[in-house]
Design a protein around this ligand. Structure first.
Ligand code: 26V
Length: 796
């Protein structure tokens, strides 16, 4: 029998076996869910073989291991990812065909693992993929949230949140590890006993491990994502139960579970803050214990730790890991404070992901001291040691009644990195200016990247096929090979195939939108896409204001020669961020009016798709013509969506912010629509007290669009609904929407002009693809391995 035929019948048998013995169903009665679970288990079996082999090799080689501590891992769906990474697409299709099942339907049955908010969490997921593809021995540590990021729907155009319940049905990818449990404490006292300082926590809780295998490209290596779940030390108080207090008897259990219940509870009230700090300590402390336990199982000299362990703090959320490790080494293991600090410093590194002042973590020292009294003392000693080494400066982690997690992370870390060239530069000049002067070699840059497996090969099979037909398959784990497409771009037949891929992807998106939302999109029009979290600095309101002005102009001259556009938005707003929620509502109200306008609807459509998540991004990005990356310069640390769009052949309209700067450099300024002030111009502009009014006075289009917000054009039933947005933009406009409006308008008209020449547009788009290879997260991870971790691949 030929090999292929045998393997596919083997896989078919494996699938049937799981349907029968794992799910307890026969093919006649199985539902989609049963098929998906059976398929997931059959794929998982294949992963486990690689996983066990990788783990064994890691122990044998005893090289340096990397531990990536992150409060968020936005991994999305895993089944399709697994099938693609194991290169089993054809085999799976055949096996499902045999049983009369459609692969797409089965894959679409899987819920997203939405264990993250946005960029930071998705980056962590791309990094896991790259670490496994490269064969770097690594482990991700995070929290197994029972409820991931909320679901978003719209009622009368307004965002409504509902809980996300991905764990209500069995999750086939994780292995519960009841034997891996650590008991952790909160509160209590610090006591001094026989010359030793010891922490006696008042409240105890357990962290239980759940492991998910993370398979790399072609299954050559697999690492582990270990997520911690909260468990009660003593789940049930029989004494209370017998005394008749049934609620109190189970209270322990409920409290313990709360800790891993929700992703980022609201940060605006004291109770919420306390729970978040508890979550941070909970997963950091469990991870540190696990790391030390693993090290101890193979070594007996703790001084070797920095040679064997590199820990990466994904933002400051796990920063408490530093003081906790110090506490264990000093208080529990008896090392001198100085030696312990040196060891911790040798292991820890910190990535900063934002310069926004409101997002820099700071804890009230009373709250901090109440939950973690010993850690507060240790932070003081870290400050003292730092001051002793640099006596002429008073830079401390604890000051003004607060514990500053950014400063703490910087002082403890061996390396500190930013996530794009511009952001790293601004870090040195702004938030960490003084610390950078003291430690000029500590800050390094590692520009973000995205995994080409998920963000091209699997989400855009048409383009993937065209690329593979042209240059072979090597690009999937060596993305800079995309350069080899460049000579083909002048080839008419090739560029036509490239155009066909994009138009098929647009068609597919349009059918999906028609089916799910009942809106018919004009696929001849340019698909102009802005998808990301809702935030004033990301300026979705700049985009919609330009759309309003454009609509007004088309209405003035409905027989003009307009370039048709479909403006697509998606993104969630934080529950308590009312201004961002009002921008969503505004976009929905504009969509309602504009899409119903017979005079303009052939030229302009607007749609806001609900519940943006990884899966929706995978549908939208391959279908985009234009990528909106329009943040106020200096505010977006990097962006990673910007890279995904360029890689999938969308052109960017954007500011010189974050990684846009590097994207433009690489794809060529002639293939990028630039507008807006530069980061330093932004700072200058803010000094002008009436910058917004000046901009409005100078641009009648902007004035007219703002008037439409004020006069109730988009909310006739409630004319005052958007006055506050117009007022905000007129009187304060911190993010300089008005000041950048005219130049944005100019860039958008250039976009229109360029789109009218389809051949030229396709060439520019194809150049974006060919020149985006550097934005692979494989390149980013190699940078971390070399500049930060000193880790090596274990693949031959
Ligand atoms: C901060 C806060 C503070 C207020 C309470 C809730 C909350 C939640 C998360 C954060 C940190 C957000 C940091 C973040 O996601 N940064 C993004 O990181 C991406 C990966 O490096 C980068 O591409 C984006 O530009 C950056 O915004």
């Amino acid at each position: 029998m030929p090999r292929k035929a045998r393997t596919s019948s083997e896989f078919r048998d494996a699938l049937l076996k799981h349907l029968t013995y794992t799910m307890g169903k026969d093919p006649e009665h199985a539902q989609f869910f049963d098929w998906r679970m059976a398929l997931s288990h059959a794929i998982r079996d294949r992963m486990v073989d690689h996983w066990v082999a990788s783990t064994r090799k890691t122990y044998e080689q005893d090289g340096k291991r990397v531990y990536y501590l992150s409060m968020e891992f936005l991994i999305g769906r895993l089944l399709e990812d697994g099938i693609f990474n194991l290169d089993m697409v054809e085999e799976v299709k055949e096996a499902l065909d045999h049983f009369g099942m459609d692969m797409r339907t089965i894959l679409n049955d899987e819920p997203d693992a939405a264990l993250g908010n946005g960029g930071l969490g998705r980056l962590a997921a791309c990094f896991l993929d790259s670490l496994s593809t490269i064969g770097c021995p690594a482990m991700g540590y995070g929290i197994r949230y029972e409820n991931g990021l909320f679901k978003q729907s719209f009622v009368d155009g307004r965002q409504v949140e509902s809980p996300e319940t991905w764990l209500q049905e069995p999750h086939p990818w994780e292995f519960e590890r009841p034997e891996v449990r650590f008991t952790l404490g909160f509160g209590g006292d610090v006591i001094y006993e026989n010359g030793k300082t010891l922490w006696r926590p008042a409240e105890l809780i357990q962290a239980e491990a759940f492991d998910t295998p993370i398979i790399g490209w072609q299954g050559k290596w697999a690492n582990t994502l270990r997520l911690w779940a909260g468990r009660a030390v003593d789940p049930f108080d029989l004494g209370l139960f017998n005394a008749g207090d049934f609620a109190a008897a189970a209270e322990h259990e409920a409290l313990a579970r709360t800790i891993s219940r929700v992703l980022y509870p609201e940060d605006s009230n004291e109770a919420g803050k306390e729970l978040r700090l508890k979550q941070e300590f909970f997963f950091s402390a469990a991870s540190i214990r696990d790391i030390l336990r693993r090290f101890d199982s193979q070594h007996d000299d703790i001084r070797m730790l920095p040679k064997k362990v590199a820990i990466q703090l994904n933002d400051t959320h796990p920063a408490i890991a530093g003081p906790e490790m110090l506490r264990i080494l000093h208080d529990e293991r008896g090392l001198s404070f100085e030696d312990a600090l040196e060891i911790v410093h040798g292991c820890m590194n910190y990535t900063n992901h934002t310069l926004l002042p409101e997002a820099l973590e700071r804890w009230d020292e009373r709250l901090f001291g109440r939950l973690l009294p010993r850690h507060l003392q240790i932070i003081d000693r870290i400050d003292d040691a730092h001051y002793k080494a640099h006596p002429h400066r008073t830079l401390s982690a604890r000051s003004d009644g607060q514990v500053k997690m950014g400063e703490l992370s910087f002082i403890v870390a061996n390396r500190v990195n930013g996530v794009s060239a511009l952001h790293t530069d601004l870090m040195k000049k702004t938030v960490f200016r003084e610390l950078h002067e003291l430690h000029p070699d500590r800050i390094v840059n590692e520009t973000n990247g995205v995994t080409p497996r998920r963000w091209l090969h699997s989400c855009n099979p048409g383009l993937s096929r065209l690329i593979t037909d042209t240059i072979g398959e090597g690009w999937v784990d060596d993305l800079e090979q995309l350069e080899r497409l460049e000579p083909l771009i002048g080839d008419k037949a090739w560029i036509e195939r490239f155009e066909t891929v994009k138009s098929d992807n647009k068609q597919a998106l349009a059918s999906y939108v028609a089916q799910t939302h009942g809106v018919k999109l004009n696929t001849e029009a340019m698909f102009d896409v802005q998808i990301k979290r809702m935030h004033e600095y990301k300026r979705q309101h700049l985009n919609i204001l330009e759309a309003i002005a454009h609509w007004q102009e088309i209405k003035d001259n409905p027989n003009g020669d307009w370039t048709p556009r479909v403006k697509i938005f998606a993104g969630k707003a934080a529950q308590g961020y009312h201004f961002a929620k009002d921008i969503i509502r505004l976009i929905n109200d504009v969509a309602k009016l504009v899409n119903a306008d017979a005079a303009t609807r052939d030229y302009l459509q607007v749609i806001f798709l609900p519940n943006y998540n990884v899966t929706l991004a995978e549908r939208l990005i391959p279908a985009a013509d234009l990528s909106e990356q329009i943040s106020t310069a200096g505010k977006e640390a990097s962006g990673t969506g910007n890279m995904k769009f360029a890689l999938n052949g969308a052109l960017t309209v954007g500011t010189l912010d974050g990684a846009n700067v590097e994207i433009r450099e690489r794809v060529g300024p002639e293939n990028f629509f630039l507008f807006g002030m530069l980061a330093d111009e932004v700072m200058q502009r803010r000094m002008i007290h009436d910058h917004a009014q000046q901009a409005i006075n100078a641009d009648p289009r902007l004035a007219r669009a703002l008037n439409a917000l004020r006069d109730g054009t988009f909310s006739p039933e409630d004319p005052g609904r958007y006055t506050h947005i117009a007022d905000n933009l007129t009187w304060s406009d911190y993010f300089l929407v008005c000041s950048d409006f005219s130049d944005y308008w100019r860039a958008q008209r250039e976009v229109d002009e360029a789109y009218r020449n389809p051949e030229k547009w396709a060439e520019m788009a194809a150049l974006n693809v060919a020149r985006s290879g550097w934005f692979s997260s494989d390149r980013t991870i190699r940078g971390y391995m070399c500049d930060i971790w000193g880790a090596e691949s274990l693949l031959a």
